[in-house]
Design a protein around this ligand. Structure first.
Ligand code: NOJ
Length: 561
């Protein structure tokens, strides 16, 4: 396999709504991103992925697309997009856009025609979506076709009186699922994809890719996820896109497949696959769920972080793709809590240290890294006080579920504060002026109260800040070709250490880290010939090889080859 440009890319994910407001409406926009390209370049980023920028009623912040060919008025115009893209390209930065193919908004013209029997194009568009007739109980009461549960917590079915049918929506009810078995629908989507390729984008992140196919027998089940996740036929659809559109255009394609099984990895992103170049699955992202919590169950149940599971997951995906495909590296994205609050520690005492530890343990590994905006300054979960502080559509259905399960308001709020996606969507903290320098006016969602101390301006000025640590590690990735590095996990089953041996171009590296909030004594690792390269703690301790590790203490040693 010859080297591809995207193998050594350093990707930065931007949640457009929250990155930088340029026109004073409290909402981030494309011109805002454009004004920060130099910052990204200085950080060492050469590729950005932006969350959906299309016209949308914003039920799910743009993942509900109303018009694929139009830029959301919140974010600018198509001309703004063109200028933003050209400016990024001039600076050597590539741009990946989000491709939402599983569903549209219920305000998309296709759906407006589909749901209305009197619409002149009803015949054509009805079959672009997925419909089922009601069921009736013994008393003649209307029932859902099945008891499947949507990813946002409620039923997947919504009744449409004019056709006396239910439509399927595996996310919010304003996001009806498309029928991928319909060829005309696929052709329409392909024309749209081609249009963005012709406009010059460098790649796509394919949203919710493993949900494109459904079980058309509609068996009853609850929650029934297996009927709309990872069904084999979705690979056929992805391959069709890959062969016709992705491969011929030298694009970077990152597929999102939340339920990707390990067996499927190479099918998605092996060198001889025609689907994606890289995959994001979430195996390492929720290794701290308490299975016994019945009040706020599943991902909402905060438990103990299983460090060995994270290491095994990283190792598994690295091994599986070795010489056969390509790996991605990321701690989290816009669907999870902030990593420093989630797996690190966001108290004043340990914030900086644990954020750096998380950087050391991830960014020397092989593959293509995706840094999530604000991660590079250690942005934390947000101090939301009231339910009305939240913006995410998912929060409101889940809150109701928690209360129904018997949780008190306080317990429900704490689960949201710990785990809600909104934690990772607050405005970027640029400086300590009003609204964190994100906007001149009150932003669309609350700025995190810690912005006076956690912000870009402050960290730029501090040589050893989290920001400068990221800069250093991202530079190191390039200098040492770490994208292609060999790695060994040392003592992988240890529940507290996160130790690696990484072989770069000119140096060998050993990363030693305490992933937890308690000190412990590490088994000595052979460091003969190694020197301290980086530490988040006292340099002397690292130099003298003190084996007692303080909470979150982490070190990188290196030795010339
Ligand atoms: C996955 C996206 O990452 C998430 O934010 C969104 O809500 C769903 N797909 C639906 O598009």
């Amino acid at each position: 396999m010859k080297k591809m440009w995207w193998q050594e890319a350093i990707i930065y994910q931007i949640y457009v709504r929250s990155f930088k407001d340029s026109n004073g409406d409290g909402i981030g926009d494309l011109n805002g991103i454009k004004s920060r390209l130099d910052y990204l370049q200085d950080l060492g980023v050469d590729t950005i992925w932006i969350s959906p920028h299309y016209d949308s009623p914003m039920d799910d912040n743009g993942y509900d697309v109303r018009d694929f060919y139009k830029v959301s008025e919140d974010y600018g115009t198509l001309d703004d997009f063109r200028v933003f893209l050209a400016t990024a390209h001039q600076k050597g930065i590539k741009v990946i856009i989000d491709l939402v193919l599983n569903h549209t908004s219920d305000e998309h013209p296709w759906f407006l025609a589909a749901k209305d029997p009197h619409h002149p194009e009803h015949e054509k568009y009805h079959d672009y979506y997925i419909w089922q007739p009601p069921k009736y109980d013994d008393l003649g009461q209307k029932q859902f076709p099945t008891h499947w549960i949507s990813w946002f917590g409620g039923p997947v079915w919504e009744y449409n009186p004019p056709t006396d049918e239910y439509y399927l929506h595996i996310f919010s009810k304003k996001m009806p699922d498309l029928n991928w078995r319909n060829k005309a629908m696929r052709e329409d989507l392909k024309a749209m994809i081609k249009w963005w390729i012709d406009l010059g984008v460098d790649g796509f992140r394919v949203d919710a890719s493993n949900h494109l196919e459904k079980n058309w027998d509609f068996p009853d089940a609850k929650p029934g996820y297996e009927n709309f996740s990872s069904l084999p036929k979705h690979h056929e659809y992805l391959e069709e896109l890959g062969k016709e559109l992705f491969e011929p255009n030298n694009l970077i394609i990152i597929g999102e497949s939340g339920g990707a099984t390990r067996e499927e990895a190479l099918q998605y992103a092996g060198y001889d696959s025609h689907e994606f170049n890289m995959l994001v699955q979430f195996e390492h992202c929720w290794v701290d769920c308490d299975p016994y919590n019945q009040l706020t169950p599943g991902k909402w149940a905060k438990g103990v972080v299983d460090v060995a599971r994270i290491k095994h997951s990283f190792k598994y995906w690295i091994d599986v793709f070795k010489n056969k495909g390509w790996n991605t590296l990321y701690w989290h994205n816009h669907d999870m809590p902030r990593i420093v609050s989630h797996y690190g520690n966001d108290t004043d005492q340990w914030h900086e240290k644990s954020a750096k530890m998380l950087a050391y343990t991830l960014y020397l590994l092989p593959g293509t890294p995706i840094v999530y905006y604000g991660e590079e300054i250690g942005m934390t979960n947000v101090d939301y006080e009231n339910l009305t502080d939240f913006r995410d559509v998912e929060v409101y259905t889940e809150y109701e579920n928690f209360i129904r399960n018997g949780a008190s308001h306080d317990v429900a709020m704490q689960a949201l504060r710990d785990r809600a996606r909104d934690n990772a969507r607050s405005p970027m903290q640029w400086n300590d002026s009003a609204y964190a320098g994100f906007s001149q006016v009150e932003p669309w969602m609350k700025v995190n109260g810690n912005y006076p101390s956690i912000n870009v301006k402050r960290q730029r000025a501090q040589e050893n800040s989290i920001l400068n640590t990221y800069k250093r590690l991202l530079r190191l990735r390039k200098d040492e070709s770490l994208a292609f590095a060999d790695v060994t996990f040392i003592d992988i089953d240890h529940p507290q250490s996160f130790n690696l041996k990484v072989s770069g171009k000119d140096f060998d590296y050993i990363v030693l880290a305490n992933f937890k909030s308690t000190p412990f004594t590490m088994d000595a690792v052979n460091l003969e010939g190694y020197e301290v390269f980086l530490t988040n703690s006292d340099a002397l301790r690292a130099k003298e090889r003190v084996w007692r590790f303080e909470p979150y203490e982490a070190r990188i040693y290196r030795k010339a080859k």
